[in-house]
Design a protein around this ligand. Structure first.
Ligand code: ADP
Length: 721
């Protein structure tokens, strides 16, 4: 083997060669070191390797070298690495470093490093990179302003950093000034969590790492060489080969809008750092514009909502004004509100203490019937479901505005079928408005949105309330109008019937009175002998008049004017017997066949009122059947009530009129056509009395000519009070 002077050979190499021992002490340098780093070879020998390393790398070097000296293992061997070296004048010099282990004649371990000057290459690379980044920046500017939306801007920023600037990891945070926090919006590149800086929400006041500091000081942080900085996890930085970081505040119009951070696997050239600064400024400007656009959009949407609510109100008001029927009013409004304001809605009106659903509408028309079924099967009744929203709204006389979760539905549902119904109709939020007119709650308007739709906001709840107020007025007006109409109709009926019916007995009385007078004046003898039939006719006429007048007076009761019942100890058997005995015409009385219990039927009832009912039924049965036909009366007793039935074989009642005849002034056509006298009031008065006694009353008839049976059922319980 040829012998070389290795020293001469090494000095002739353009690359610098440095050899160090296991204490990290330089034992040899070739002469090229001077050219590269400015040190005369002799000056370096005996010094620590720190002499040719930038200060910030010392700690990392020491740690790595100690491990290597002990174990012989190092990640830095085998392939060239790119590091900064320190020149004699303190400046830094980019070098490519190749490391290997050698042994001297005594077998001691030494490390040899070959340092290659990268200045020219770096210069060229720098040039190319700057060109590339400038181009990328120009392209990015265009992308940042398309689809101006804050999130999109930040996403574009991240994409540009990763795709065009080759960032290994890029992230953006949005600044929320009210809470003084940064909230992470986008992350691109490495998915590995960055120790210390990977928090999603960062408290700007206290966060000790770079992102927090940058936000606090509003000052960019750019650095090549991450090893040795406690902010960056060394293992992670080494493993990912990260060399530099740029963390910049996004500031526009003097306001901090966010922070962006990018890690690179290359050193950050000054020019590139500057370009990244531009990118941050561009991003911030785009973000600011996007914010403005969004504010504009929100304002526009709010204005749009206000306009459509206003239109809805106007439309509803107009339609309410046009309707004079309470149910129709509710129906119309329900139709207007769905689906614009709600997915479904229900109108309830209070009838006494009970809620009656008068209108419902659902955006899915097939589900309207489901609402009906729901209300029929699971009515909002105080005794069973006192916390039903409708009842709460009525009780508190205040609008209820709530979100409803599935858990709420589960706790509200009476059973599984109920829950299934509620879910199929869909309840995510509701507004229940009590309808108040003239100080009284007259019903409720329930507006419901399905869970997939945004819940009612405060504005919408207010609109619902407004609509409720208007509808309440409309419904109240319609109710007033209807009762006024009914009162007028009833009065007209009353006058017509009364004048017609009074005319006949009046004529009888007047005629006979005149006859009597004439007789008395001209022919006293004859007058005396003929007196009796005239007197009889007179008294019958007067009786009839009196009955009519009493009927008319009784008619007042029908309008719901409560009469005071006066319960006394009453024997019903005797009461019915007395009513029969009171029939003045013996022939008529003789037609009645009583089927009464042998023993008294005693209880507490209003005897006068009950007698009136019995008399009325007996009178009708006799009146509406042939003069010789029988009338049967039954009285019987069951566990809880007593039952009276009066049957005749007379003119009968057409099926269609079996109910109507209980209305005031209503008569069946066959009675009127066959000129039976009558006001059509007796049955109405009778039913009112029976209802007040807590009982019921109804008629049966096979039809015209088939006779009729009238039934009265009165609870015994009513008699005890
Ligand atoms: P009025 O007998 O004075 O007409 P009511 O109220 O007592 O008044 O009866 C209402 C109507 O019911 C009668 O006009 C008649 O058409 C029918 N009606 C009542 N009782 C009978 C009966 N026993 N048979 C047939 N129709 C009857």
């Amino acid at each position: 083997m040829m012998q070389f002077d290795f020293g001469t050979l090494l000095d002739a190499m353009p690359d610098a060669v440095v050899v160090a021992d296991m204490d990290s002490r330089i034992v040899y340098c070739n002469s090229s070191v001077e050219h590269l780093l400015g040190w005369a070879p002799g000056e370096l020998v005996g010094q620590s390797l720190h002499a040719i390393q930038p200060d910030r790398l010392h700690a990392a070097h020491d740690a790595g070298f100690t491990t290597y000296a002990r174990t012989g293992a190092s990640a830095l061997f085998g392939a060239p690495i790119r590091v900064p070296a320190r020149r004699r004048d303190g400046g830094e010099q980019d070098i490519e470093l190749n490391l290997a282990e050698i042994h001297d004649a005594e077998g001691r371990r030494l490390v040899i490093g070959v340092l290659r000057d990268l200045s020219e290459r770096v210069e060229l690379e720098r040039h190319l990179a700057v060109m590339h980044f400038l181009r990328a920046t120009t392209a990015a500017a265009g992308r940042l302003w398309t689809g101006l939306e804050p999130r999109l801007v930040l996403q574009t920023l991240t994409d540009v950093l990763v795709d065009d600037f080759g960032a290994a990891l890029a992230r953006t945070w949005r600044y929320e000034p009210d809470a003084n926090v940064l909230r992470m919006v986008t992350s691109g590149g490495l998915s590995t969590r960055v120790t210390g800086s990977s928090r999603e929400v960062i408290d700007v006041a206290t966060y000790p790492y770079k992102v927090g500091i940058v936000a606090r000081t509003r000052t960019p942080f750019l650095r090549t060489g991450l090893l040795g900085d406690p902010d960056f996890d060394e293992d992670w930085v080494t493993k990912e080969g990260l060399q530099s970081v740029a963390c910049l505040p996004l500031i526009a119009g003097g306001k901090l809008l966010g922070v962006m951070v990018a890690f690179f696997r290359t050193p950050l050239l000054d020019e590139v750092a500057e370009i990244i600064g531009h990118i941050a400024a561009l991003g911030a400007a785009a973000l600011n514009d996007a914010d403005l656009v969004e504010q504009e959009r929100a304002a526009h949407a709010a204005a749009e909502q206000a306009r459509s609510e206003f239109e809805l109100l106007a439309r509803v008001s107009e339609r309410i004004a046009g309707s004079l029927n309470p149910e129709a009013t509710a129906e119309i409004v329900a139709g207007e509100l769905v689906p614009e304001l709600a997915d479904w809605c229900v109108f309830d009106l209070l009838a006494g203490v009970e809620l009656r659903m008068v209108a419902a509408s659902h955006r899915d028309p097939e589900l309207v019937q489901e609402i009906g079924r729901l209300r029929a099967q699971y009515p909002p009744r105080k005794d069973i479901r006192p916390s039903h929203p409708i009842l709460r709204a009525v009780e508190q006389r205040a609008t209820l505005h709530e979100s409803v979760s599935d858990a709420d539905l589960r706790s509200r549902a009476v059973d599984d079928a109920h829950l299934a119904m509620l879910r199929s109709l869909g309840i995510g939020s509701h507004v229940v408005v009590p309808l108040i007119a003239r100080g009284r709650v007259i019903g409720t308007l329930s507006l419901i949105r399905r869970p997939e739709r945004a819940a009612f906001d405060v504005e919408e709840a207010r609109t619902a309330e407004d609509i409720g107020r208007r509808t309440a007025l409309g419904i109240d007006n319609a109710v007033l109008y209807r009762s006024a109409q009914q009162a007028v109709a009833l009065r007209d009926r009353f006058l017509a019937v009364a004048s017609h019916e009074l005319r006949t007995p009046l004529a009888v009385v007047r005629g006979n009175w005149e006859l009597l007078e004439r007789r008395l004046r001209h022919d006293e003898d004859r007058a005396r002998t003929d007196m009796e039939p005239i007197q009889r006719r007179l008294s019958r006429g007067i009786d009839q008049l009196q009955r009519l007048v009493e009927d008319l007076l009784d008619a007042r009761r029908i309008r719901g004017e409560a009469s005071d019942l006066q319960p006394t100890r009453t024997d019903l058997v005797q009461l019915v017997g007395d009513a029969i005995a009171a029939i003045s015409d013996p022939q008529q009385r003789g037609r009645v066949r009583a089927h009464l219990p042998a023993t008294p039927m005693v209880g507490l009832w209003d005897a006068t009122r009950l007698a009136q009912v019995v008399t009325n039924l007996l009178g009708n049965a006799l009146k509406y059947s042939a003069p010789a036909d029988p009338v049967d009366v039954w009285l019987s007793e069951a566990a809880d009530d007593v039952h009276l039935a009066v049957r005749d074989v007379g003119i009968g009642i057409p099926a269609r009129h079996l109910e109507v005849i209980f209305e005031p002034f209503e008569r069946a056509p066959n009675a009127a056509e066959q000129h039976y006298p009558g006001l059509g009031l007796g049955l109405a008065v009778s039913r009112e009395i029976v209802t007040q006694l807590g009982g019921r009353m109804w008629a049966e008839s096979p039809g015209e000519g088939g006779g009729s049976t009238f039934h009265v059922e009165v609870p015994k319980a009513a008699s005890s009070g």
